[in-house]
Design a protein around this ligand. Structure first.
Ligand code: SF4
Length: 170
């Protein structure tokens, strides 16, 4: 495709054939398709996985979103956790990722583990939570709007996103 892109003006289709099962195939496809897209090569894509075709579509959407071509619905930003993490962040991030799938708007949602670096990232996103001792902060469009106990953080975040989905900016 790189050689062809220099020689012809036809649309080019990208895909890694027989990439493999979900984990390995997604990584190979992301490298193969993503590197070409980042260089401006490619007009259509297909991710091939030895798995449910819906997962192929999801992987393709994640690649397009990661290279900045198109975002499909919400995107989750989450910290990797470290010694400062104050909440059960890994489970929280997975739960938030599942719950935001139903929303349509292309928002950014941050789930961060502490009050040191978390608020900065949570402020940059459209919505976010930053964990603290026994609880955390909920952010909307860069502002702290609630402080709640840990077991209420996700519900509080979802309430704010739900309001935005149904009522818009206000
Ligand atoms: S946001 Fe806080 S808890 Fe998460 S990785 Fe950064 S410093 Fe650690």
């Amino acid at each position: 495709n790189r050689i062809l892109a220099d020689k012809v003006e036809y649309p080019l289709h990208l895909g890694v054939t027989e990439a493999g099962t979900l984990y390995r195939g997604t990584v190979k496809s992301a490298i193969g398709i993503g590197s070409l897209l980042l260089d401006g090569i490619g007009d259509t894509v297909r991710v091939s996985l030895t798995d449910d075709p819906l997962k192929e579509v999801r992987a393709a959407k994640e690649i397009l979103s990661s290279v900045g071509i198109q975002q499909y619905g919400p995107v989750l930003i989450s910290c990797p956790t470290c010694g400062r993490t104050q909440v059960n962040l890994i489970d929280m991030a997975k739960e938030v990722e599942e719950k935001i799938k139903r929303f349509k708007k292309p928002i950014k949602v941050a789930v961060m583990g502490c009050a040191v670096n978390g608020p900065g990232e949570a402020r940059e996103a459209d919505f976010g939570i930053a964990g603290g001792v026994g609880g955390g902060l909920v952010f909307r469009k860069g502002k702290v709007i609630r402080s709640v106990p840990e077991n209420e953080l996700i519900d509080a975040l979802m309430e704010e996103i739900e309001k935005f989905e149904t009522e818009g900016e206000n």
